[in-house]
Design a protein around this ligand. Structure first.
Ligand code: CA
Length: 296
């Protein structure tokens, strides 16, 4: 995900939804009192939705295990890329770029940035997370409920499958697929049919609180790494229990021009096993960074 300031897509917390419904009923009354009033009401609703408060990451201060990291490389990143998924494949990065009518997948050299190949996606598909599994590149779509399997060597679409609900992030542990949908629930799926095998509630063990807005996923070091949408934090999650076991705060890597952006946020995690390090970037970020996360 996605876009913040949009009526149809802004995911609201239950409290915000209640507020918006209340605002809607007010708007209805105003609408009946004339065109001028209706214009004002719609404008007020727009301001309300667009200024809905984004929870600060301080609310996770109790979450265990702040993990230190070092940046071991920094490269340019095409700011045209509205990063939704990122994977590393033998010296190349494969990245999915979102938005309706504009979604595509690009393979490029991780050292030189040279584009190896690129594949535009159908206009109705808003590209989301990607993962490489069994020599197929699996791509989620946000709200179309379409999983596309592409040939990773040509980026040619091979087949599609339907699924229920929203698609945000996807990864695998070598056996099973894990998907996120913007909630605190990760879904574990059978690769062959994409059928649901089990679900995993992601909780902060210190407080028992749900960790919602889980977005881009990466499986590495026997753990799931998940970026929480509209935060600068990547969480390390136990794939069996769903417990958060650590967090990496990447605030210092957010580009200056995107410090207060709700759209150009952290959203790419790709593990390079050879270097035991993670490429991370964000939507429209001008740079990507290779970071080594320090134990524990
Ligand atoms: Ca990834």
């Amino acid at each position: 995900m996605h876009l913040f300031c949009q009526f149809a897509s802004a995911p609201l917390q239950p409290q915000q939804q209640a507020k918006t419904q209340h605002a809607n009923s007010k708007v209805m009354r105003l609408l009946s009192s004339g065109i001028m009033a209706s214009t004002l009401a719609v404008a007020l609703l727009f301001v309300h939705v667009c200024t809905a408060e984004i929870p600060k990451e301080e609310d996770n201060a109790s979450t265990p295990g702040l993990l230190a990291f070092t940046v071991i490389d920094t490269k340019a990143h095409d700011p045209q890329l509205f990063t939704q998924g990122l994977v590393f494949d033998k010296g190349n990065l494969i990245e999915s770029s979102g938005l309706y009518n504009k979604s595509f997948v690009r393979t490029y050299n991780a050292q030189t940035n040279k584009t190896v190949r690129q594949q535009k996606l159908p206009n109705h598909l808003f590209a989301e997370g990607i993962t490489l599994f069994n020599d197929q590149l699996l791509l989620l779509s946000w709200r179309a409920g379409v999983l596309t399997a592409l040939n990773p060597h040509t980026l040619t679409p091979l087949k599609t499958l339907q699924y229920e609900g929203e698609g945000w992030g996807i990864t695998h542990d070598g056996y099973m697929l894990y998907t996120s949908d913007g909630s605190h629930i990760l879904t574990v799926r059978t690769p062959k049919s994409f059928a649901i095998d089990r679900t995993l509630a992601v909780l902060d063990p210190a407080t028992g609180q749900k960790l919602d807005r889980l977005n881009e996923l990466e499986f590495a070091q026997d753990m799931i790494w998940a970026n929480r949408w509209q935060t600068n934090v990547i969480y390390r999650i136990n794939p069996l229990s769903g417990d958060v076991t650590g967090r990496v705060n990447l605030e210092t890597l957010v580009p200056l021009e995107h410090k207060n952006s709700r759209q150009s946020v952290l959203n790419g995690i790709a593990y390079d096993p050879k270097q035991d390090a993670f490429w991370i970037t964000g939507k429209n970020w001008p740079q990507r960074h290779l970071i080594k996360i320090l134990a524990p």
